[in-house]
Design a protein around this ligand. Structure first.
Ligand code: CS2
Length: 455
Protein backbone atom coordinates (compact mmCIF):
# COMPACT_ATOMS: atom_id res chain seq x y z
CA UNK A 1 0.00 0.00 0.00
CA UNK A 2 1.41 3.41 -0.99
CA UNK A 3 1.42 6.29 1.53
CA UNK A 4 -0.76 9.21 0.44
CA UNK A 5 1.46 12.30 0.10
CA UNK A 6 1.66 15.26 -2.25
CA UNK A 7 4.91 13.92 -3.65
CA UNK A 8 3.28 10.56 -4.42
CA UNK A 9 0.39 12.09 -6.36
CA UNK A 10 2.32 15.08 -7.77
CA UNK A 11 -0.09 17.69 -6.37
CA UNK A 12 1.48 21.00 -5.37
CA UNK A 13 -0.41 22.91 -2.70
CA UNK A 14 -2.49 25.76 -4.14
CA UNK A 15 -2.15 29.21 -2.51
CA UNK A 16 -4.52 29.62 0.42
CA UNK A 17 -7.46 31.78 -0.64
CA UNK A 18 -10.19 30.27 1.53
CA UNK A 19 -10.58 29.40 5.20
CA UNK A 20 -13.01 26.92 6.69
CA UNK A 21 -14.23 26.35 10.24
CA UNK A 22 -15.64 22.89 11.01
CA UNK A 23 -13.28 20.39 9.42
CA UNK A 24 -15.60 17.39 9.21
CA UNK A 25 -16.88 14.91 6.67
CA UNK A 26 -19.61 17.15 5.27
CA UNK A 27 -17.19 19.98 4.47
CA UNK A 28 -14.84 17.54 2.76
CA UNK A 29 -17.60 15.94 0.66
CA UNK A 30 -19.19 19.28 -0.17
CA UNK A 31 -17.45 22.66 -0.08
CA UNK A 32 -13.94 21.25 -0.56
CA UNK A 33 -15.19 18.96 -3.32
CA UNK A 34 -16.76 21.96 -5.14
CA UNK A 35 -13.52 23.91 -4.73
CA UNK A 36 -11.57 20.97 -6.15
CA UNK A 37 -13.80 21.01 -9.24
CA UNK A 38 -13.43 24.79 -9.57
CA UNK A 39 -9.65 24.47 -9.40
CA UNK A 40 -9.50 21.87 -12.13
CA UNK A 41 -9.87 24.48 -14.86
CA UNK A 42 -8.58 27.56 -13.11
CA UNK A 43 -5.25 29.35 -13.42
CA UNK A 44 -5.90 30.77 -9.94
CA UNK A 45 -6.59 27.63 -7.91
CA UNK A 46 -7.79 27.97 -4.33
CA UNK A 47 -6.16 26.20 -1.43
CA UNK A 48 -8.21 25.89 1.75
CA UNK A 49 -6.93 26.18 5.30
CA UNK A 50 -9.47 24.29 7.41
CA UNK A 51 -9.84 24.26 11.18
CA UNK A 52 -11.61 21.72 13.33
CA UNK A 53 -14.73 22.57 15.28
CA UNK A 54 -15.82 20.06 17.90
CA UNK A 55 -13.29 17.32 17.08
CA UNK A 56 -9.68 18.53 17.15
CA UNK A 57 -8.41 15.02 16.32
CA UNK A 58 -10.07 15.20 12.88
CA UNK A 59 -7.10 17.24 11.66
CA UNK A 60 -4.43 14.69 12.58
CA UNK A 61 -4.85 11.99 9.89
CA UNK A 62 -5.29 14.70 7.27
CA UNK A 63 -2.14 16.49 8.35
CA UNK A 64 -0.27 13.18 8.16
CA UNK A 65 -1.23 12.91 4.49
CA UNK A 66 -0.60 16.55 3.46
CA UNK A 67 -4.34 17.38 3.52
CA UNK A 68 -5.06 14.85 0.78
CA UNK A 69 -8.03 12.49 0.91
CA UNK A 70 -10.37 10.56 -1.32
CA UNK A 71 -14.09 11.04 -1.73
CA UNK A 72 -15.74 7.63 -2.08
CA UNK A 73 -18.87 8.22 -4.13
CA UNK A 74 -21.30 5.34 -3.74
CA UNK A 75 -24.42 4.68 -5.68
CA UNK A 76 -26.56 1.60 -6.08
CA UNK A 77 -24.46 0.56 -9.09
CA UNK A 78 -21.00 0.79 -7.50
CA UNK A 79 -18.21 2.94 -6.11
CA UNK A 80 -15.83 5.52 -7.53
CA UNK A 81 -13.11 7.54 -5.84
CA UNK A 82 -12.02 11.13 -6.41
CA UNK A 83 -8.83 12.59 -4.96
CA UNK A 84 -9.16 16.01 -3.31
CA UNK A 85 -5.98 18.10 -3.22
CA UNK A 86 -7.28 21.60 -2.38
CA UNK A 87 -7.13 21.12 1.40
CA UNK A 88 -3.78 22.72 2.06
CA UNK A 89 -3.88 23.15 5.82
CA UNK A 90 -5.68 20.96 8.37
CA UNK A 91 -5.49 22.61 11.77
CA UNK A 92 -6.80 22.21 15.28
CA UNK A 93 -9.41 24.93 15.78
CA UNK A 94 -7.68 25.79 19.06
CA UNK A 95 -4.58 26.91 17.14
CA UNK A 96 -5.45 30.58 17.58
CA UNK A 97 -2.24 31.86 16.00
CA UNK A 98 -2.70 30.04 12.69
CA UNK A 99 -6.41 30.86 12.65
CA UNK A 100 -5.77 34.57 13.07
CA UNK A 101 -2.92 34.60 10.55
CA UNK A 102 -5.16 32.89 7.99
CA UNK A 103 -8.00 35.37 8.40
CA UNK A 104 -5.53 38.27 8.41
CA UNK A 105 -4.26 37.35 4.95
CA UNK A 106 -5.52 39.60 2.14
CA UNK A 107 -5.31 36.57 -0.18
CA UNK A 108 -8.11 34.88 1.77
CA UNK A 109 -11.46 36.11 0.52
CA UNK A 110 -13.89 33.46 1.72
CA UNK A 111 -14.63 31.85 5.09
CA UNK A 112 -16.97 28.86 4.88
CA UNK A 113 -18.54 27.38 8.01
CA UNK A 114 -19.94 23.99 9.04
CA UNK A 115 -20.29 24.20 12.80
CA UNK A 116 -23.72 22.45 13.17
CA UNK A 117 -27.02 24.06 14.11
CA UNK A 118 -26.10 24.04 17.80
CA UNK A 119 -22.64 25.51 17.20
CA UNK A 120 -23.90 29.06 16.65
CA UNK A 121 -25.03 29.31 20.29
CA UNK A 122 -28.26 31.14 19.62
CA UNK A 123 -30.77 32.19 22.25
CA UNK A 124 -34.52 31.62 21.85
CA UNK A 125 -34.85 35.00 20.07
CA UNK A 126 -32.35 33.93 17.40
CA UNK A 127 -29.54 36.23 18.54
CA UNK A 128 -26.34 35.17 20.29
CA UNK A 129 -26.92 33.53 23.68
CA UNK A 130 -24.82 35.88 25.81
CA UNK A 131 -25.89 33.91 28.90
CA UNK A 132 -24.17 30.78 27.61
CA UNK A 133 -21.16 30.48 29.96
CA UNK A 134 -18.80 29.49 27.12
CA UNK A 135 -19.91 32.50 25.10
CA UNK A 136 -19.53 34.82 28.09
CA UNK A 137 -16.04 33.46 28.74
CA UNK A 138 -15.07 34.01 25.08
CA UNK A 139 -16.39 37.58 25.10
CA UNK A 140 -14.30 38.28 28.20
CA UNK A 141 -11.22 36.77 26.55
CA UNK A 142 -11.52 38.85 23.40
CA UNK A 143 -12.17 41.99 25.42
CA UNK A 144 -8.91 41.26 27.23
CA UNK A 145 -7.08 40.65 23.93
CA UNK A 146 -6.75 36.89 24.53
CA UNK A 147 -7.38 34.97 21.26
CA UNK A 148 -7.78 31.54 22.92
CA UNK A 149 -11.54 31.30 22.52
CA UNK A 150 -13.51 28.05 22.28
CA UNK A 151 -16.93 28.71 20.69
CA UNK A 152 -17.59 29.00 16.97
CA UNK A 153 -18.92 32.59 17.18
CA UNK A 154 -15.89 33.45 19.34
CA UNK A 155 -13.50 32.01 16.78
CA UNK A 156 -15.17 33.79 13.89
CA UNK A 157 -15.03 37.12 15.69
CA UNK A 158 -11.44 36.51 16.81
CA UNK A 159 -10.48 35.95 13.17
CA UNK A 160 -12.27 39.15 12.17
CA UNK A 161 -10.42 41.10 14.87
CA UNK A 162 -7.17 40.00 13.23
CA UNK A 163 -8.42 40.78 9.73
CA UNK A 164 -9.47 44.27 10.69
CA UNK A 165 -6.15 44.92 12.48
CA UNK A 166 -4.24 43.78 9.38
CA UNK A 167 -6.44 45.91 7.13
CA UNK A 168 -6.78 42.83 4.93
CA UNK A 169 -9.97 43.99 3.23
CA UNK A 170 -13.47 42.62 2.87
CA UNK A 171 -14.46 39.00 3.32
CA UNK A 172 -17.40 36.73 2.51
CA UNK A 173 -18.63 34.48 5.33
CA UNK A 174 -20.52 31.50 3.93
CA UNK A 175 -22.44 29.43 6.50
CA UNK A 176 -23.14 25.90 5.26
CA UNK A 177 -25.35 24.62 8.06
CA UNK A 178 -29.04 23.69 7.88
CA UNK A 179 -30.46 26.86 9.42
CA UNK A 180 -33.28 29.11 8.25
CA UNK A 181 -31.85 32.22 6.52
CA UNK A 182 -28.37 31.09 7.42
CA UNK A 183 -26.64 34.23 6.05
CA UNK A 184 -28.62 36.81 8.08
CA UNK A 185 -28.84 34.41 11.04
CA UNK A 186 -25.08 34.07 11.29
CA UNK A 187 -24.62 37.79 10.59
CA UNK A 188 -26.73 38.48 13.66
CA UNK A 189 -24.85 36.06 15.91
CA UNK A 190 -21.45 37.39 14.80
CA UNK A 191 -22.53 41.01 15.09
CA UNK A 192 -23.98 40.44 18.56
CA UNK A 193 -20.71 38.88 19.62
CA UNK A 194 -18.59 41.63 18.09
CA UNK A 195 -20.74 44.36 19.67
CA UNK A 196 -20.20 42.75 23.07
CA UNK A 197 -16.45 43.01 22.50
CA UNK A 198 -16.07 46.34 20.73
CA UNK A 199 -18.69 48.55 19.02
CA UNK A 200 -16.22 49.71 16.34
CA UNK A 201 -15.54 46.10 15.43
CA UNK A 202 -19.25 45.53 14.88
CA UNK A 203 -19.35 48.60 12.61
CA UNK A 204 -16.35 47.35 10.64
CA UNK A 205 -18.08 43.98 10.18
CA UNK A 206 -21.21 45.73 8.91
CA UNK A 207 -19.20 47.52 6.23
CA UNK A 208 -16.60 44.88 5.33
CA UNK A 209 -18.08 41.42 5.82
CA UNK A 210 -20.71 39.90 3.58
CA UNK A 211 -22.81 37.03 4.92
CA UNK A 212 -23.94 34.72 2.14
CA UNK A 213 -27.06 32.55 2.43
CA UNK A 214 -26.80 28.98 1.25
CA UNK A 215 -28.72 25.77 0.88
CA UNK A 216 -26.39 22.81 0.98
CA UNK A 217 -27.08 19.17 0.38
CA UNK A 218 -25.10 15.96 0.19
CA UNK A 219 -25.78 12.92 2.34
CA UNK A 220 -22.53 12.08 4.11
CA UNK A 221 -22.56 9.21 6.61
CA UNK A 222 -19.71 8.72 9.06
CA UNK A 223 -16.73 6.87 7.53
CA UNK A 224 -16.16 3.28 8.72
CA UNK A 225 -13.16 0.93 8.61
CA UNK A 226 -14.87 -0.93 5.77
CA UNK A 227 -14.97 2.29 3.75
CA UNK A 228 -11.24 2.82 4.36
CA UNK A 229 -10.60 -0.71 3.13
CA UNK A 230 -12.64 -0.09 -0.04
CA UNK A 231 -10.68 3.09 -0.78
CA UNK A 232 -7.39 1.28 -0.23
CA UNK A 233 -8.46 -1.45 -2.63
CA UNK A 234 -9.69 0.95 -5.31
CA UNK A 235 -6.78 3.41 -5.17
CA UNK A 236 -3.80 1.50 -3.81
CA UNK A 237 -3.23 4.32 -1.29
CA UNK A 238 -3.37 4.04 2.48
CA UNK A 239 -5.88 6.85 3.03
CA UNK A 240 -6.72 7.12 6.75
CA UNK A 241 -9.35 9.83 6.15
CA UNK A 242 -11.55 9.15 3.14
CA UNK A 243 -15.05 10.51 3.14
CA UNK A 244 -18.10 8.60 1.90
CA UNK A 245 -20.93 10.26 0.06
CA UNK A 246 -23.69 9.89 -2.52
CA UNK A 247 -23.47 11.03 -6.17
CA UNK A 248 -26.04 13.81 -5.60
CA UNK A 249 -24.96 17.22 -4.39
CA UNK A 250 -26.55 20.66 -4.30
CA UNK A 251 -25.26 24.10 -3.40
CA UNK A 252 -27.42 27.18 -3.85
CA UNK A 253 -25.97 30.53 -2.78
CA UNK A 254 -27.23 34.11 -2.56
CA UNK A 255 -25.06 37.05 -1.60
CA UNK A 256 -21.91 39.01 -2.36
CA UNK A 257 -18.32 37.88 -2.54
CA UNK A 258 -16.43 41.19 -2.23
CA UNK A 259 -13.02 39.47 -2.39
CA UNK A 260 -13.80 36.91 -5.11
CA UNK A 261 -14.46 33.21 -4.85
CA UNK A 262 -13.75 29.90 -6.57
CA UNK A 263 -15.87 29.15 -9.61
CA UNK A 264 -18.06 26.63 -7.77
CA UNK A 265 -20.57 26.66 -10.65
CA UNK A 266 -18.19 24.30 -12.44
CA UNK A 267 -19.46 21.55 -10.14
CA UNK A 268 -23.08 22.69 -10.42
CA UNK A 269 -23.40 25.32 -7.67
CA UNK A 270 -26.08 27.92 -8.41
CA UNK A 271 -25.95 31.61 -7.57
CA UNK A 272 -29.50 32.91 -7.08
CA UNK A 273 -31.13 36.01 -5.66
CA UNK A 274 -33.11 34.14 -2.99
CA UNK A 275 -32.37 30.71 -1.50
CA UNK A 276 -35.70 30.53 0.39
CA UNK A 277 -37.63 28.14 -1.91
CA UNK A 278 -34.63 25.78 -2.09
CA UNK A 279 -34.10 26.05 1.65
CA UNK A 280 -37.66 25.16 2.62
CA UNK A 281 -37.81 22.31 0.14
CA UNK A 282 -34.62 20.83 1.49
CA UNK A 283 -35.18 21.46 5.21
CA UNK A 284 -38.75 20.14 5.21
CA UNK A 285 -38.61 17.32 2.69
CA UNK A 286 -35.11 15.95 3.20
CA UNK A 287 -34.15 16.95 6.72
CA UNK A 288 -37.71 16.68 8.07
CA UNK A 289 -38.01 13.13 6.74
CA UNK A 290 -34.57 12.33 8.14
CA UNK A 291 -35.63 13.43 11.61
CA UNK A 292 -38.94 11.56 11.33
CA UNK A 293 -37.08 8.35 10.49
CA UNK A 294 -34.33 8.95 13.05
CA UNK A 295 -36.87 9.10 15.86
CA UNK A 296 -39.69 6.81 14.70
CA UNK A 297 -38.01 4.08 12.64
CA UNK A 298 -36.00 2.57 15.55
CA UNK A 299 -39.41 1.52 16.94
CA UNK A 300 -39.56 -0.87 13.98
CA UNK A 301 -36.04 -2.13 14.57
CA UNK A 302 -34.23 -0.07 11.91
CA UNK A 303 -30.87 1.60 12.32
CA UNK A 304 -30.17 3.20 8.92
CA UNK A 305 -32.18 5.39 6.54
CA UNK A 306 -31.95 2.84 3.71
CA UNK A 307 -33.22 0.05 5.97
CA UNK A 308 -36.10 2.22 7.13
CA UNK A 309 -37.34 3.21 3.68
CA UNK A 310 -37.12 -0.42 2.53
CA UNK A 311 -39.91 -1.01 5.08
CA UNK A 312 -43.25 -0.07 3.45
CA UNK A 313 -44.61 1.14 6.77
CA UNK A 314 -41.81 3.68 7.28
CA UNK A 315 -41.93 4.64 3.63
CA UNK A 316 -45.63 5.40 4.14
CA UNK A 317 -44.74 7.62 7.11
CA UNK A 318 -42.34 9.58 4.92
CA UNK A 319 -44.88 9.95 2.12
CA UNK A 320 -47.49 11.20 4.59
CA UNK A 321 -45.03 13.77 5.91
CA UNK A 322 -44.13 14.86 2.39
CA UNK A 323 -47.82 15.32 1.50
CA UNK A 324 -48.20 17.61 4.50
CA UNK A 325 -45.03 19.61 3.84
CA UNK A 326 -45.74 19.91 0.12
CA UNK A 327 -49.02 21.70 0.83
CA UNK A 328 -46.98 24.62 2.22
CA UNK A 329 -44.18 24.79 -0.35
CA UNK A 330 -44.55 27.64 -2.82
CA UNK A 331 -43.21 25.48 -5.63
CA UNK A 332 -44.41 24.00 -8.85
CA UNK A 333 -46.18 20.65 -8.21
CA UNK A 334 -44.26 18.83 -10.96
CA UNK A 335 -40.92 20.03 -9.54
CA UNK A 336 -41.81 18.85 -6.07
CA UNK A 337 -42.95 15.48 -7.40
CA UNK A 338 -39.63 15.05 -9.20
CA UNK A 339 -37.70 16.10 -6.11
CA UNK A 340 -39.62 13.63 -3.95
CA UNK A 341 -39.03 10.73 -6.33
CA UNK A 342 -35.33 11.50 -6.51
CA UNK A 343 -35.11 11.91 -2.75
CA UNK A 344 -36.72 8.54 -2.07
CA UNK A 345 -34.10 6.97 -4.36
CA UNK A 346 -31.34 8.74 -2.47
CA UNK A 347 -32.71 7.53 0.87
CA UNK A 348 -32.97 3.99 -0.49
CA UNK A 349 -29.35 3.90 -1.76
CA UNK A 350 -28.29 0.59 -0.22
CA UNK A 351 -24.58 1.46 -0.32
CA UNK A 352 -24.94 4.52 1.94
CA UNK A 353 -25.17 3.36 5.55
CA UNK A 354 -26.55 6.53 7.09
CA UNK A 355 -27.06 5.77 10.76
CA UNK A 356 -30.32 7.00 12.26
CA UNK A 357 -28.54 7.73 15.53
CA UNK A 358 -26.18 10.12 13.70
CA UNK A 359 -29.22 12.11 12.52
CA UNK A 360 -30.94 11.90 15.93
CA UNK A 361 -28.52 14.26 17.66
CA UNK A 362 -29.49 17.87 18.44
CA UNK A 363 -33.24 17.44 17.91
CA UNK A 364 -33.99 20.61 19.88
CA UNK A 365 -32.09 22.58 17.23
CA UNK A 366 -33.39 20.68 14.23
CA UNK A 367 -37.11 20.04 14.80
CA UNK A 368 -38.08 23.71 15.16
CA UNK A 369 -36.93 24.37 11.59
CA UNK A 370 -37.56 21.00 9.93
CA UNK A 371 -40.90 19.89 11.35
CA UNK A 372 -42.57 22.51 13.56
CA UNK A 373 -43.23 25.07 10.76
CA UNK A 374 -45.27 22.52 8.80
CA UNK A 375 -47.13 21.25 11.88
CA UNK A 376 -47.97 24.85 12.85
CA UNK A 377 -49.30 25.61 9.37
CA UNK A 378 -51.36 22.43 9.30
CA UNK A 379 -52.82 23.22 12.73
CA UNK A 380 -53.70 26.73 11.55
CA UNK A 381 -55.75 24.98 8.85
CA UNK A 382 -57.43 22.81 11.49
CA UNK A 383 -55.59 19.62 10.44
CA UNK A 384 -53.79 16.98 12.49
CA UNK A 385 -50.79 16.12 10.30
CA UNK A 386 -49.95 12.46 10.75
CA UNK A 387 -46.34 12.64 9.53
CA UNK A 388 -45.40 15.68 11.59
CA UNK A 389 -47.12 14.21 14.63
CA UNK A 390 -45.14 11.00 14.19
CA UNK A 391 -41.84 12.92 14.05
CA UNK A 392 -42.69 14.69 17.33
CA UNK A 393 -43.93 11.48 18.94
CA UNK A 394 -40.75 9.70 17.86
CA UNK A 395 -38.64 12.41 19.44
CA UNK A 396 -40.48 11.99 22.72
CA UNK A 397 -39.85 8.25 22.52
CA UNK A 398 -36.16 8.96 21.88
CA UNK A 399 -35.98 11.37 24.84
CA UNK A 400 -37.78 8.91 27.12
CA UNK A 401 -35.34 6.15 26.19
CA UNK A 402 -32.77 8.59 27.48
CA UNK A 403 -29.65 6.55 26.72
CA UNK A 404 -28.38 8.16 23.53
CA UNK A 405 -29.63 11.73 23.80
CA UNK A 406 -26.97 14.09 22.44
CA UNK A 407 -28.43 17.58 22.48
CA UNK A 408 -27.43 20.93 23.99
CA UNK A 409 -30.75 20.82 25.91
CA UNK A 410 -30.43 17.12 26.84
CA UNK A 411 -30.62 17.50 30.63
CA UNK A 412 -33.66 19.79 30.54
CA UNK A 413 -35.47 17.59 28.00
CA UNK A 414 -34.76 14.21 29.57
CA UNK A 415 -35.95 15.65 32.91
CA UNK A 416 -39.12 16.97 31.22
CA UNK A 417 -40.11 13.52 29.92
CA UNK A 418 -39.57 11.75 33.23
CA UNK A 419 -43.29 11.70 34.03
CA UNK A 420 -46.55 10.32 32.60
CA UNK A 421 -46.67 10.24 28.80
CA UNK A 422 -49.33 12.97 28.29
CA UNK A 423 -47.47 15.33 30.63
CA UNK A 424 -44.17 14.52 28.93
CA UNK A 425 -45.68 15.31 25.54
CA UNK A 426 -47.11 18.60 26.72
CA UNK A 427 -43.83 19.68 28.32
CA UNK A 428 -41.73 18.79 25.30
CA UNK A 429 -44.09 20.54 22.90
CA UNK A 430 -44.04 23.59 25.17
CA UNK A 431 -40.24 23.51 25.06
CA UNK A 432 -40.41 23.57 21.26
CA UNK A 433 -43.14 26.14 20.79
CA UNK A 434 -45.69 27.59 23.24
CA UNK A 435 -48.58 27.31 20.77
CA UNK A 436 -47.97 23.62 20.16
CA UNK A 437 -47.80 22.87 23.87
CA UNK A 438 -51.10 24.64 24.53
CA UNK A 439 -52.83 22.81 21.66
CA UNK A 440 -54.83 20.15 23.52
CA UNK A 441 -55.88 18.25 20.41
CA UNK A 442 -52.30 18.10 19.17
CA UNK A 443 -50.95 16.99 22.56
CA UNK A 444 -53.52 14.21 22.54
CA UNK A 445 -52.63 13.08 19.00
CA UNK A 446 -48.88 13.12 19.70
CA UNK A 447 -49.49 11.14 22.90
CA UNK A 448 -51.46 8.46 21.02
CA UNK A 449 -48.77 8.13 18.33
CA UNK A 450 -45.99 8.07 20.93
CA UNK A 451 -47.82 5.26 22.72
CA UNK A 452 -48.12 3.38 19.45
CA UNK A 453 -44.34 3.78 18.96
CA UNK A 454 -43.77 2.29 22.41
CA UNK A 455 -42.78 5.51 24.22
C1 CS2 B 1 -29.17 15.10 8.46
C2 CS2 B 1 -28.30 16.00 7.58
O1 CS2 B 1 -27.85 14.64 10.35
C3 CS2 B 1 -28.83 15.25 9.93
O2 CS2 B 1 -29.53 15.93 10.66
O3 CS2 B 1 -30.51 15.37 8.22
O4 CS2 B 1 -26.98 15.98 7.96
C4 CS2 B 1 -28.43 15.64 6.10
O5 CS2 B 1 -27.89 14.38 5.83
C5 CS2 B 1 -27.78 16.67 5.22
O6 CS2 B 1 -28.36 17.92 5.47
C6 CS2 B 1 -27.91 16.28 3.76
O7 CS2 B 1 -27.55 17.33 2.95
Amino acid sequence: MKPLTRAAVAADPAPIRAAHLGLGAFFRAHQAWYTQAANAESDQPTGIAAFTGRRPDAAIPLRNQDGLYHVLVRDAGGDRTELVTCLVGAHDGADAGTWRATLASPDVGVLTLTVTEAGYRRAADGGLDLDDPDVAADVARLRAGDPHVTTAPGRIVSGLVARRAADAGPLAVVPCDNLVDNGPTVARVVTDFAAAVDRDLADWIASSVSFVSTTIDRITPATTDDDRAVVAELTGYADAAPVVTEPFSEWVLAGDFPAGRPDWERAGARLVTDVKPFEQRKLWLLNGAHSLLAYAAPARGHSTVAEAVADPVCRGWVEAWWDEATRHLPLDAADVARYRAELMERFANPRIRHALNQIAMDGSQKLPIRVVPVVARERANGLLPEGGIRALAGWIRHLREGTAVRDPRASELTAAVDTSLPTAVRRVLLALDANLGEDVELVHAVTETARELGA
